[in-house]
Design a protein around this ligand. Structure first.
Ligand code: NI
Length: 393
């Protein structure tokens, strides 16, 4: 079966590059993936899949019925949205849309999802069970997975597999990771309310800017002294707003930040831990405060057995030299984790780096590029993993 999958994928390779370039040159922002969704639905239909559009707002699902008529489903999740970045790659198939770019490789993910569906549709007679392809919108704003799940895409799903490109792994190789792959990402807003006054007479005012600086310092120091250093927490304040004039003491400062963590127990304690520190600093100097902590996406925790399935599938397909077991998670975020609240799953990293380049630009860079030979690596790995999943059941 592996050889057949490889043969079919190799035959499809030129078409898949065309598909990827089409999606790449027509990027759409989160929640606006209308053209991409229509294009994806068209390819799925012409490969004989049962297709539903408008799932999770602008998402698409395609289903392939295997030979067993059990209710259980194996889901393959890929995302379709682009970023508000002006492309500077200089490629002939660069973005044709001003200020919008596939700089996170979601064009490759969609193509790998389509390629896997196209390959498996040709061996459906030997596929043990049902496969549901989820083409998700709005990953970059961490909303798409929720929209899809609300529309029932996880019904009867026994396991879910996902893929994300990675420029620091060379094309032809993949990275797998046992346990945590990405971090939980939460939003933080802190409002500090002091009292305005003349810049020359600070004792008659409550300086919200000075107190905000104390709050930031206290939070950063408290991470190092009160949080378990083996259970990372990253708190970054990315935006500060406050003040009216050079000689007027500010009465209000607003801080916006992101909070990253890997362990659910740590994450659960963060809102009250942050609020206590803010309260202590503000109370010391007579300021009022408000802390708004909003939980975003959880950490992606890869399932052991499904990660093993990905590893063994990739090693059989490409030899073990081309499969890296990643020693560290990333503190980036990925809403694949939301599906994992409904079924076990595993996401692998697809190497897309050019082997002969010194610099492969990182994700979200205006010159981000992928070595397109990686598409076949992704398709064969996923298609074979799906086949093996049903063989093992
Ligand atoms: Ni991404």
């Amino acid at each position: 079966m592996l050889n057949r999958i490889k043969e079919i994928a190799t035959t499809l390779a030129p078409r898949l590059v065309e598909i990827r370039r089409h999606i790449h040159s027509h990027p759409e922002l989160s929640g606006q993936e209308y053209q991409t969704a229509a294009f994806v639905a068209g390819v799925l239909s012409s490969s004989g899949l049962h297709v539903e559009e408008g799932v999770g707002k602008t998402g698409v699902i395609g289903e392939l019925q295997g030979t067993q008529h059990s209710e259980k489903v194996l889901a393959i999740r890929t995302d379709m949205d682009a970023l508000p970045i002006q492309e500077r790659s200089g490629l002939e198939y660069a973005s044709r849309i001003e200020g919008v770019m596939h700089a996170c490789g979601h064009d490759v993910h969609s193509t790998v999802g389509l390629g896997t569906a196209m390959v498996l549709s040709q061996v459906a007679g030997e596929l043990g069970g049902k496969v549901r392809f989820l083409f998700q919108p709005a990953e970059e704003i961490a909303q798409g997975a929720n929209w899809m799940i609300k529309d029932g895409v996880m019904n009867h799903v026994a396991a879910v597999l996902g893929v994300h490109v990675f420029p620091s792994i060379p094309a032809g190789s993949i990275g797998i990771r046992y346990g945590a792959l990405t971090a939980a990402a939460d939003d933080l807003e802190i409002i500090i309310i002091g009292e305005s006054g003349h810049g020359a007479r600070p004792h008659e005012a409550i300086d919200a800017i000075w107190i905000a600086s104390q709050v930031i310092t206290a939070l950063q120091q408290a991470i190092s002294r009160t949080q378990n250093p083996l259970r990372p927490v990253v708190l970054s304040i990315g935006k500060i707003n406050g003040g009216r004039a050079a000689n007027v003491i500010a009465d209000k400062v607003e801080l916006l930040g992101t909070v990253r963590s890997l362990h659910p127990e740590t994450r659960d304690k963060l809102p009250s831990w942050i609020e206590n520190i803010v309260a202590n600093v503000c109370n010391s100097y007579g300021a009022k405060y408000q802390v708004n902590y909003r939980q975003g996406v959880p950490s992606v925790q890869n399932d052991y057995a499904l990660t093993q399935l990905l590893q063994s599938s990739a090693e059989e397909a490409w030899t073990s030299e081309r499969v890296q077991v990643l020693p560290e998670p990333s503190l980036g975020a990925e809403d694949f984790s939301v599906y994992l609240e409904h079924a076990p799953g595993s996401m692998f990293r697809l190497g897309v780096g050019y082997k002969d380049r010194i610099i492969n630009h990182p994700l979200h860079h205006p010159q981000f590029e992928v070595d397109e030979s990686a598409i076949i690596t992704g398709v064969v790995t996923l298609a074979y993993a799906v086949y093996k999943y049903w063989q093992l059941k």
